[in-house]
Design a protein around this ligand. Structure first.
Ligand code: UT7
Length: 332
């Protein structure tokens, strides 16, 4: 067994400028600020308006910022793992386009497809490559143009999602830092509750598929909510128990930002004080694989070397999981 650990050494983000507020949404569908705020916890979300730009553009901007912040020579990056449900193309992988746009000439890239748990799946994959010892610098990026698959006439889904990208650098360390443990799960029972039917090999694009609005997110919210509440909380509690961590040991819960009520339930199950929970759903909504690194970016100045973080997510598949992470550096 190698004694290498995989640690996050920096975070970069990209947020589109345009803010779609609840009030503006209320002019598009039959909804209102009060419903969205109390049922989901969102006030506004960012939208990438530029038709010529998509997930790879945002991902590459986040990566460029990350390279700048960490003072990394682009030639030294060995690998890019992109988590996305809104790839620029069905193929090739969006990670490859991001690497090209960000000038990462020596990196090979691929995508992981785990919806809202995508960042946790990608981070864990990166950690395994780092621990194996060959790759030294891996960028994990979550990049999502969710507005490209949201039906803005469907009030049940359109308030939820936003566009964003965020990237982290993962490197080797012999210190007791970084990804300490993880639990990842998936369950195909979730397909019927949350999916996008059209565009894949089961239902290629056709006049029929467009007429039936099958190229948009379909979500049966209540069952997804019930599964999310129990499963995200279960794995968060489980990873603490099996590592003998109590609420006092945890500096921060970094939850996927799908619904404020799901986040609250997870924190309660962990017996965690609400002041230790990263929440920015009110400003960005659910940016799928970008939510967790977006939180890390916004809280970076409050994080200290050795802080215990629990990252937790639940999403389509179903996929869900938790990661116990020891933060790698003090505020710079
Ligand atoms: O990140 C990936 C995983 N996804 C999730 O974790 C999402 C989990 N699900 C949820 O967060 C929630 O189920 C939603 C936010 C999607 C919906 O909240 P809900 O409390 O489950 O609402 P609901 O679908 O049960 O709808 C309650 C009522 C309905 O009216 P009636 O039938 O009671 O008269 C809806 O028609 O609210 C109505 N409604 C709305 N009203 C105003 C639904 N959407 C809206 C809306 N504005 N946008």
């Amino acid at each position: 067994m190698s004694n290498l650990n995989a640690v996050i050494t920096g975070v970069g983000i990209y947020l589109p400028d345009y803010r779609l507020t609840n009030d503006e949404l209320s002019t598009m569908v039959d909804t209102n600020d009060e419903w969205i705020t109390t049922r989901i916890g969102i006030k506004e979300r960012r939208i990438l308006k530029d038709k010529d730009k998509a997930s790879a553009f945002m991902g590459a901007e986040a990566v460029k910022q990350l390279l700048e912040k960490t003072g990394t020579n682009p030639d030294e990056v060995d690998m890019v793992i992109c988590a996305t449900v809104t790839p620029d193309y069905y193929f090739p992988a969006t990670g490859i386009i991001i690497a090209e746009m960000a000038g990462l000439k020596n990196a090979y890239a691929f995508d992981v497809h785990a919806a809202c748990s995508g960042f946790l799946y990608a981070l864990t994959t990166a950690a395994k490559f780092i621990q194996a010892g060959r790759e030294k610098k891996i960028i994990v990026v979550g990049a999502e143009k969710m507005s490209s698959i949201v039906d803005y006439t469907d009030r049940k889904t359109c308030p939820i999602f936003g566009d964003a990208a965020a990237a982290v650098m993962v490197e080797a360390t012999e210190e007791n830092l970084g990804v300490m443990d993880y639990i990842l799960r998936s369950d195909g029972e979730g397909v019927k509750y949350l999916h996008m039917k059209g565009g894949g090999s089961i239902c290629p694009a056709s006049e029929e598929s467009i007429k039936n609005k099958e190229h948009y997110i379909y979500q049966d919210g209540q069952p997804v909510f019930k599964f999310a509440v129990t499963r995200m909380a279960d794995v968060s509690a489980e990873i603490m128990e099996r590592n003998n961590l109590t609420a006092d040991d945890i500096a921060w819960l970094v939850p996927h930002q799908a619904n404020l009520r799901i986040i609250d339930a997870t924190a309660r199950r962990m017996e965690l004080d609400p002041s230790k929970v990263m929440i920015n759903i009110q400003r960005y909504g659910n940016t799928t694989s970008a939510t967790i690194p977006l939180c890390l970016y916004e809280w970076e100045n409050k994080l200290h070397k050795g802080d215990n973080l629990i990252l937790a997510a639940f999403g389509a598949g179903f996929t869900w999981g938790s990661v116990w992470l020891k933060w790698g550096y003090d505020p710079k």
